[in-house]
Design a protein around this ligand. Structure first.
Ligand code: FAD
Length: 462
């Protein structure tokens, strides 16, 4: 069977949307409203901003504007890997902020702990499982790198264990892997259930949510700001911009954030025999170790969600719903899945989708203010925002309040990313970097271009 044929029956939407309410549930913004805080963007960053702001000041009037519906963006379509890292992994943190990495690790662990507590307190069933993950090596050079990484993880307080070829295959029955690193921190969540849960908490606390309500512009008005929409506007004291990789209302963000598309497949539920044939008894999250990595995990009903590998940038920072389907990327994913799990034969793919990732050149979000401190932004989570968006929302609120905290003192927060060049250089630079990363995956050798970029703390990743 050709891969193109086997994808024919896959529905073009995230598997996480099955059996749950999708689409807008609230009215669009009309007329003129007043608020203390307007949040632009109704993904995790915006929802956490609402929850944190209202927890701190329950009397605040908080208005959240979402151009589509809550969950339509990355937050309703991601892999659901819950990472404790605020630095896009320990190795990257070690390279970028070695002096404050212990502090970042502590804050990252505390962040996940507090997310779990909040979900429990509000009775949100988002299938959060603190099961950790295993990073898998497909090549001997990746296995060597994982073995060498144990010392760094351990020094930074992480509980990890290197798995040799036999140990990896005893856990996951696949001929594709020759080593692994079992990491106990973090876990998995149902991303759409998390989005629904956060929305319900935000609304319970008093947030006014408006869907189908794009913010189209921001201007000063008196001592505050006015956020304009298509059919209404809000006068407000403060704004949080939580708009991910979508065209930003603040021009400067275009230089720092690159929209990169990531693609995903989901299979039909596995039978008991099929599950037994692949092992995976710990049901943890799995990724492979390369630059172009796959991530995979099981759903509540034992489908396999299989995503990653390609990271596709479209000329001119293009973001559009039609880019959420890409035959070439979905076919490559299907082919790699068959190679990884030959024993599953022609297990059907039932869902195919994609989503946009807000990538920065330093792989971690950027924070800052505009309009004399009345607007704060937190964007650029670079494919690792399921948990860290809560930290990002807290930073944005710290900045609006003008307070120095353990968060806003960090260089990882105050520093900025190297800007991406304007087009057409931007597109060319991305293609050259992608090719260099693919070469490194094959050869295990970091080429000249990547070594130069490393020196400036610059990369390209999903
Ligand atoms: C396919 C995929 C897999 C991923 N897997 C993982 C993973 O396993 N683990 C992990 O940690 N991270 C993962 N991520 C990243 C993670 O999903 C994001 O970092 C996180 O969801 C970002 O949340 P957000 O609120 O900033 O963005 P979003 O969820 O995209 O929310 C931003 C919202 O802003 C709205 N918006 C934009 N502009 C405006 C405007 N002008 N007016 C009104 N609304 C506006 C958008 O419509 C959107 O709903 C993945 C991402 C994708 C796409």
């Amino acid at each position: 069977m050709r891969p193109a044929d086997e994808l024919r029956d896959a529905v073009p939407r995230p598997v996480w949307w099955d059996g749950v309410q999708t689409g807008p549930r609230s009215e669009p913004l009309t007329g003129r409203q007043r608020a203390d805080l307007v949040i632009v963007g109704g993904g995790y960053t915006g929802l956490w901003s609402a929850i944190e702001a209202l927890t701190e000041h329950p009397d605040r009037r908080v208005v959240l504007l979402e151009q589509d519906w809550i969950g339509a963006g990355a937050s309703g379509r991601n892999g659901g890997f819950v990472s404790e890292s605020l630095t896009h992994g320990i190795a990257h943190g070690e390279a970028m902020w070695p002096d404050e990495l212990d502090e970042l690790q502590r804050l990252g662990r505390q962040n996940v702990e507090q997310i779990a507590e909040l979900l429990q307190r509000h009775d949100v069933d988002a299938d959060l499982r603190r099961c950790g993950k295993t990073t898998l090596a497909r090549t001997a050079h990746d296995a060597d790198a994982l073995r060498a990484a144990v010392a760094t993880y351990t020094r930074r307080g992480e509980d990890v264990r290197f798995l040799d070829r036999d140990e990896v295959r005893a856990d996951l029955h696949s001929p594709a892997f020759v080593g692994g690193l079992r990491i106990s921190g973090g876990g998995l969540v149902d991303p759409m259930a998390l989005t629904h849960g956060l929305r319900s908490i935000a609304e319970k606390l008093g947030a006014a949510v408006f869907e189908r309500s794009a913010a189209t512009g921001i201007e000063r008005s008196g001592a505050g700001l006015t956020v304009h929409g298509t059919h209404g506007r809000v006068d407000t004291a403060q704004v949080v911009l939580a708009s991910n990789a979508y065209p930003p209302l603040l021009r400067r963000l275009r230089a720092w954030v690159l929209p990169v598309y990531d693609y995903v497949l989901a299979t039909a539920p596995l039978t008991a025999d099929q599950l037994e044939s692949i092992g995976w008894a710990q049901n943890q999250g799995l990724t492979d170790a390369g630059n172009q990595f796959h991530y995979f995990r099981r759903t509540r009903d034992d489908r396999i969600v299989w995503g990653g590998y390609d990271a596709i940038y479209h000329f001119g920072n293009a973001v559009h719903s039609k880019l959420e389907q890409r035959d070439a990327s979905h076919r490559v994913l299907a082919q790699h899945f068959r190679q990884t799990f030959p024993q599953l034969g022609s297990l059907p793919f039932t869902h195919r989708w994609g989503g946009v990732i807000d990538t920065t050149s330093r792989f971690t979000p950027i924070f800052g203010t505009a309009y004399d401190g009345r607007l704060a932004y937190a964007v650029g989570f670079t494919g690792l925002g399921v948990a860290s968006t809560r930290f990002g929302a807290q930073v944005a609120l710290d900045l609006l309040a003008g307070r120095l905290t353990e968060r806003t003192r960090l260089k990882a927060v105050t520093g900025t990313a190297v800007p991406f060049p304007p087009e057409p250089l931007r597109w060319t630079a991305v293609q050259l970097t992608r090719a260099a990363l693919a070469r490194e995956d094959e050869t295990g050798t970091r080429g000249v271009l990547l070594r130069i970029l490393d020196r400036f703390g610059v990369g390209f990743n999903s």
